[in-house]
Design a protein around this ligand. Structure first.
Ligand code: ADP
Ligand code: MG
Length: 576
C-alpha cells in the first residue's frame, strides 16, 4: 500500500524556499526558464544514457518539452520525457541544496534584506541562480511527478514551500518529469502575470529559451466555448497540433551578426549555471577535412572549485546532438574555467572517452581552442583592459599553471599573462613591456615572490633595486614559485629572483667600482663576519657583506638554486 510520507526540508533549502515564497525578486518570469532548463538537461541526460546503454529501454523517438496551461484550474505544467528521477534522487536533489556556497549566499542575502537594500538582494538572487525553487515565486503549491528511465515505479513530490514536503510512490507515472504549478492568485502581487496566458508563455520562451535544442510545445486545452452544451456535443473534435515555441537554432550555427549578446548570455547561463554574464564570447568556425564550430565563454568569476580539477565546462556536440556534457579532452587543464559548446561534424555519436583522448582531430581541436582563448586574452588586454584586469585577477593563477604543464604553448601563454610590478602600482605589465623598459646594461628580468604585494615591497631585498630605479616583478600567487623555474628566460633575458644569489646591479663601471669597494669593506669587516659566522653556526651557510641593502642592516638570502621560503610553504601544503 502506497502512503504519502512527510519530510522536512534541509535547513538551508527551507530558508531559500522561504525567500522564494515571499519573493523579493521582481523578475518572476525566470521560473519558467529554470524549469525548461531542467527539462532540457533531463532530455540531454536521457539521450546520452540511451546512447551508452542499449538495455535502458527508454523511448527516445520524440524527446520534447510540453508546457500545458489550464486557465480554469489555474495550473501550469512543464513536462518532459527525459531521464526522470528515482525516489532517492528526488529526496536528494529537490529536498536539499547540494550547491556549495549556499550558506554564504543566504547570509549575504539576509544582510542585504536587513539593510533594506532590495536592489542588492535582487542582484544576489540573480547571481545565485534560483533553480527549481523559483517555481514557488509564482505557485502556492508545486507537484512533481517523475519516473526514472529504466525504473518501474514513479514518485510524486508535493510541497507548498512551507518547511515540509510529501513523497508518495506512484505506480503508473509516465517516464520523465512533470512539474505542476498551482498558480498564486494574480491579485496577491502586482508583479505577477497570468501565467496561463499563451502569449505570456510564448514571450518568456522566446526571450529565455529559444536556443534550447529540444522542441518546447505549448499545449492548451481546447478553449471551452461560451456555449458549453454545443461544446459537449462536439467533444470528439480533433485537438489542434501543439505549437512549437522555440526556433531551436543552434547559436553557433547562425551567422555571427544575427545573434545578440542577450542570446549568447542565455546560452551561457544554461550551460554554465552561472548567472553572471560572461566577460567574453569566442566563436570558432573550422572548415576543411575536420569541420567544427565552437562557441566559448570566459566567465566573469570562478565557479566554486575552479582550483579543483574535477569539472570542465565544454560540451561536445556531434551535428547538433549533445553527446558529452563535460568534455575535458577539449580544453587543457589550465583553461578549465572556459565554458561553451563544440559541435563537430565527423565524430561518431557514441565515441568513448578513451577514443577521444587518442583522437588526432580532437587533439588538434584542443590546441586550436587553447590558442584562440589565449590570443583573445591578449587582445582583451590591449582593447578592453578593465575587463582583462577583472579576468586576470580571478583566473590568472590558473592560466599560469600552463607555463608549467604545457611547455609547447609557453609563448602564447606568456603573451596572455601579466604581472604586478614596481613600475606601476595600479597596472600590471607583460614581460614584453618589462623588456622594453629595461635600463641600459640591465641583463635580467628581476622578480621577487612573496605572499602579498606589501610583503614583497617591504622586503629588504628590494632596497637596492628601488634606489637604482630598477623594475621588479611582484609575484604573489603560489603558482609563481613554480613557473619561474619553467620559464628560464624571455627574449634572451634570464628571469632572476632578487632573493637568490648575488643580484648584480648597475653598469660595468659601477660594478667595477663596487667590487673594489667591497674588497676593501671585506677586509675592514672580516672580524665581524667571522664573529657572526661563529655565533650563527649551522643556522647559515655563509655570512657575507651585501651591496643590496640601503636601510636594513641585514637580510637572509638563499642560494640561486635553493627553494624560496614561499615555495617551501607550497610544497609543504602539497604534502611534499
Ligand atoms: P540545477 O539545475 O542548477 O542543478 P535546480 O534547482 O534547477 O538546480 O535542480 C536541481 C536538480 O534537480 C537538478 O540538478 C536535477 O538533477 C534535478 N532535476 C530538476 N528538474 C528535473 C527534471 N525535469 N528532470 C530530471 N531531474 C531534474
Ligand atoms: Mg536548474
Amino acid at each position: 500500500i502506497m502512503t504519502a510520507q512527510t519530510f522536512e526540508f534541509q535547513v538551508e533549502a527551507s530558508r531559500l524556499l522561504q525567500m522564494m515564497v515571499h519573493s523579493i525578486y521582481s523578475n518572476k518570469d525566470v521560473f519558467l526558464r529554470e524549469l525548461v532548463s531542467n527539462a532540457s538537461d533531463a532530455l540531454d541526460k536521457l539521450r546520452i544514457e540511451a546512447l551508452r546503454d542499449d538495455s535502458l529501454g527508454a523511448d527516445v523517438s520524440d524527446l520534447h518539452i510540453a508546457i500545458e496551461t489550464d486557465k480554469d484550474a489555474r495550473t501550469l505544467t512543464v513536462r518532459d520525457n527525459g531521464i526522470g528521477m528515482s525516489r532517492d534522487e528526488v529526496v536528494g536533489l529537490i529536498g536539499t541544496i547540494a550547491k556549495s556556497g549556499t550558506a554564504e549566499f543566504l547570509q549575504k542575502l539576509e544582510e542585504a534584506r536587513k539593510a533594506g537594500n532590495a536592489a542588492d538582494a535582487e542582484g544576489l538572487i540573480g547571481q545565485f541562480g534560483v533553480g527549481f525553487y523559483s517555481a514557488f515565486m509564482v505557485a502556492d503549491e508545486v507537484t512533481l511527478l517523475t519516473r526514472r528511465a529504466g525504473e518501474a515505479t514513479g514518485t510524486r513530490w508535493t510541497s507548498t514551500g512551507e518547511g515540509t514536503y510529501t513523497i508518495e510512490e506512484v505506480g503508473d507515472a509516465p517516464q520523465g518529469t512533470a512539474v505542476v504549478l498551482r498558480l498564486k492568485p494574480a491579485d496577491t502581487d502586482d508583479q505577477l502575470f497570468d501565467y496561463t496566458e499563451p502569449w505570456k508563455i510564448k514571450e518568456i520562451i522566446k526571450r529565455y529559451s529559444d536556443f534550447i535544442t529540444w522542441p518546447i510545445r505549448l499545449v492548451t486545452p481546447a478553449e471551452a466555448g461560451k456555449d458549453g452544451e454545443e461544446k459537449a456535443e462536439d467533444g470528439d473534435s480533433e485537438k489542434p497540433e501543439p505549437e512549437t515555441l522555440n526556433s531551436r537554432k543552434a547559436l553557433w550555427a547562425r551567422p555571427k551578426s544575427e545573434v545578440s549578446d542577450e542570446e549568447y548570455h542565455e546560452l551561457y547561463r544554461h550551460i554554465s549555471h552561472d548567472w553572471t554574464d560572461p566577460l567574453e564570447t569566442i566563436r570558432i568556425n573550422a572548415e576543411g577535412t575536420f569541420e567544427y564550430q565552437a562557441l566559448l565563454f570566459l566567465p566573469a568569476r570562478p565557479p566554486h572549485g575552479v582550483f579543483s580539477h574535477d569539472k570542465r565546462g565544454v560540451q561536445l556536440y556531434v551535428k547538433r546532438v549533445l553527446i558529452m556534457e563535460e568534455c575535458e579532452e577539449l580544453v587543457p587543464p589550465y583553461l578549465r574555467f572556459v565554458k561553451g559548446v563544440v559541435d563537430a561534424q565527423d565524430l561518431s555519436l557514441n565515441i568513448s572517452r578513451e577514443i577521444l583522448q587518442q583522437d588526432r582531430h580532437i587533439q588538434l581541436m584542443r590546441r586550436r581552442l587553447a590558442k584562440k582563448v589565449l590570443s583573445t586574452l591578449k587582445e582583451m588586454r590591449a582593447q578592453r583592459p578593465e575587463k582583462y584586469a577583472d579576468f586576470w585577477r580571478e583566473f590568472g593563477p590558473v592560466v599560469k599553471e600552463g607555463l608549467v604543464n604545457d611547455p609547447d604553448s609557453k609563448d602564447a601563454i606568456l603573451a596572455a599573462c601579466s604581472f604586478a610590478t614596481t613600475h606601476d602600482a595600479e597596472k600590471t605589465a607583460t614581460l614584453q613591456e618589462y623588456v622594453e623598459r629595461m635600463r641600459e646594461g640591465q641583463e635580467h628580468i628581476y622578480y621577487l615572490t612573496g605572499s602579498s604585494r606589501s610583503a614583497v615591497e617591504d622586503s629588504p631585498h628590494m632596497e637596492a633595486f628601488r634606489d637604482k630605479g630598477l623594475e621588479v616583478l611582484i609575484l604573489t600567487d603560489a603558482v609563481d614559485e613554480v613557473w619561474v623555474d619553467a620559464v628560464p628566460e624571455f627574449e634572451g633575458k634570464k628571469l632572476l629572483s632578487i632573493a637568490k644569489g648575488e643580484a648584480e646591479l648597475g653598469t660595468e663601471e659601477e660594478k667595477e667600482a663596487a667590487k673594489a669597494e667591497r674588497e676593501q669593506q671585506r677586509e675592514e669587516y672580516a672580524g665581524l663576519l667571522e664573529w657572526l659566522s661563529e655565533r650563527l653556526g649551522d643556522e647559515v651557510k655563509e655570512v657575507r657583506l651585501s651591496s643590496r641593502l640601503t636601510v636594513s642592516p641585514a637580510c637572509v638570502v638563499s642560494d640561486t638554486d635553493d627553494v624560496t621560503p614561499g615555495l617551501r610553504n607550497m610544497m609543504r601544503a602539497m604534502g611534499q
